[in-house]
Design a protein around this ligand. Structure first.
Ligand code: ZN
Length: 411
C-alpha cells in the first residue's frame, strides 16, 4: 500500500474522461448541451455509472435521481466521505462546469485503486440531479431536497416549459431510484469546481480554498408614473417611470460599490407601454443583490429601499419593491476548509481563500454535513459558455487536493 503523502491522481486519465464525457451533447463551438433528464443526460449518467462499476463501486440512486457510487472502506458502518457535483449543463454550456467535480471524484477512486489504498471510512462520488435549473427551476433542487430545504413532492413536481415533471422524466430515463432522499450522515462533503470567475487566473493561483457561498436576494421593482404624450407634455409636468428606473439602476450599482465585495445587477427591464413617443407610465425590473455576509446583504437591501423611496418621491412616482427569493450565505466547515488549505500547502500549489459568487450543490449540503469546496482557474473566468476551458494541470491539481482532503477525513 502506498504512503499517503505519495498518492497522486492520474492527470491524463482525468482529462481523457472529461473529453469522453464531453462528446455526449457536444456542440459545434466546443461546448456541451446536456440538459437535465434528457436522453443525453441519461447517456452521461450511464457512462458515469459504467465507469464507477468498472472501478469496483456499488451504485445506488435515490428518489430524486441523485447517484451515489460507493467505494467500501475497512469500516463500512462509518458515514462516508463524499464528493461530487452535477452532470447536467446549460443549453450552451461548457465541458467542465459540474462535470469536473463528478469526474474528479471518480479519479480519486481510480487513484486509490491504482495504489491499493484502503480507507477506514467508505468513499462516495455523488451526482446531483438538475443543478443548473435551466430546464427545471429552481437550480440545485435535488441537493436542496437532500438537505431538507425542499420537500420531495416539490422536487419531483418541478415541470419544464412543456409541462414534463422531474418525476416523470426520471422514470422515463430509468433514474427514479428507490433510496430515500437525504436523512443519512456524511462524514464530510467536498465539491471540486472551476471558479467560473476571473480571480484565481488573474492572481496566478492554482487552488481556491472556498470559504462559503455568498448570500443572494432577488427583488422585483415596479415604478409607476403616468403615460403621456412625448411632444406635448412639458418637462416639469412629467411623471416618467423610466427616469425613476434609470436613477434607481445607477444607485443599485453604487450600493454594491459602497458594500464591497458585494455585487448588484439589474438584468431584466420591461418598459410600458414601450412606445417611442409616449412617456413610460410604468417600468418593471429585477434587482439581484449578493454579498458573502448576511448582515451586509441586509444593509444593501435597506439601501435599495431607501433609494426607491427617495428617487420616486422626488419624481412624484409610486413604486413597489418586493423581495421574491432569498438564499442565505453559506459558511463552510472550518475542519473541511482547513483540510483543503493543508492539502494545497502540502502539494505546493499557490492558493488563496475565496468566496463563491455562484450557487453550488455544496451550499445546500453544507446545511446537513461538514462541507468545503475546491476551485481551480478557468480561462478568462468564462463559464456558462461553450468556450469555457481549464488546463489539464490545474484540473489535476484540484483533484490532487481533493484526494488529500478526502483522505484526511477517511483514513
Ligand atoms: Zn456547476
Amino acid at each position: 500500500m502506498a504512503e499517503l503523502h505519495n498518492l497522486r491522481i492520474n492527470q491524463d486519465r482525468l482529462w481523457d474522461s472529461l473529453m469522453e464525457m464531453a462528446k455526449i451533447g457536444a456542440t459545434p463551438k466546443g461546448g456541451c448541451a446536456r440538459l437535465a433528464l434528457t436522453d443525453l443526460d441519461k447517456q452521461g449518467r450511464d457512462l458515469f455509472v459504467r465507469w464507477c462499476q468498472e472501478a469496483g463501486c456499488t451504485v445506488s440512486v435515490d428518489r430524486m435521481g441523485n447517484i451515489f457510487a460507493r467505494r467500501p472502506g475497512r469500516n463500512n458502518t462509518l458515514p462516508p466521505v463524499v464528493t461530487g457535483s452535477h452532470l447536467d449543463t446549460q443549453p450552451t454550456g461548457g465541458k467542465f462546469d459540474g462535470v469536473y467535480g463528478v469526474l474528479a471524484g471518480l479519479e480519486v477512486v481510480r487513484a486509490l485503486n491504482d495504489h491499493n489504498f484502503e480507507t477506514e471510512a467508505p468513499i462516495e462520488v455523488s451526482v446531483w440531479t438538475n443543478e443548473e435549473g435551466s430546464r427545471f427551476a429552481p437550480a440545485m433542487v435535488s441537493s436542496g431536497v437532500f438537505a431538507g430545504v425542499f420537500t420531495e413532492d416539490y422536487g419531483l413536481g418541478r415541470a419544464d416549459l412543456d409541462g414534463r415533471t422531474i418525476g416523470d422524466e426520471l422514470k422515463r430515463i430509468g433514474y427514479a431510484g428507490d433510496l430515500p432522499v437525504g436523512g443519512r450522515k456524511f462524514k464530510a462533503f467536498f465539491e471540486a469546481h472551476i471558479e467560473q470567475g476571473p480571480i484565481l487566473e488573474a492572481e496566478r493561483k492554482t487552488i481556491g480554498v472556498v470559504q462559503g457561498i455568498q448570500g443572494m436576494r432577488w427583488f422585483e421593482v415596479t415604478v409607476t408614473g403616468t403615460d403621456c404624450h412625448a411632444g406635448t407634455t412639458p418637462m416639469p409636468r412629467r411623471r416618467d417611470a423610466m427616469l425613476g428606473c434609470a436613477r434607481i439602476v445607477e444607485r443599485v450599482h453604487q450600493i454594491a460599490l459602497d458594500h464591497a465585495p458585494g455585487v448588484s445587477t439589474v438584468g431584466l427591464v420591461k418598459v410600458m407601454p414601450n412606445s417611442r413617443n409616449t412617456i413610460p407610465g410604468s417600468v418593471f425590473f429585477s434587482v439581484d443583490l449578493r454579498h458573502p455576509h448576511d448582515e451586509e446583504l441586509l444593509k444593501m437591501t435597506a439601501a435599495l429601499n431607501a433609494a426607491c423611496s427617495e428617487i420616486c418621491g422626488a419624481l412624484d412616482l409610486q413604486y413597489e419593491c418586493r423581495e421574491i427569493w432569498h438564499s442565505p450565505a453559506s459558511h463552510f466547515d472550518e475542519g473541511c476548509v482547513g483540510a483543503v488549505r493543508r492539502a494545497a500547502e502540502e502539494r505546493g500549489y499557490a492558493w488563496r481563500d475565496i468566496t463563491s459568487g455562484a450557487g453550488h450543490d455544496a451550499g445546500y449540503i453544507s446545511r446537513v454535513a461538514p462541507t468545503a469546496m475546491i476551485f481551480v482557474p478557468c480561462a478568462d473566468g468564462i463559464s456558462h459558455n461553450e468556450v469555457e476551458t481549464a488546463t489539464p494541470s490545474d484540473l489535476a491539481a484540484g483533484c490532487n487536493v481533493l484526494l488529500r482532503a478526502m483522505l484526511e477525513h477517511a483514513v
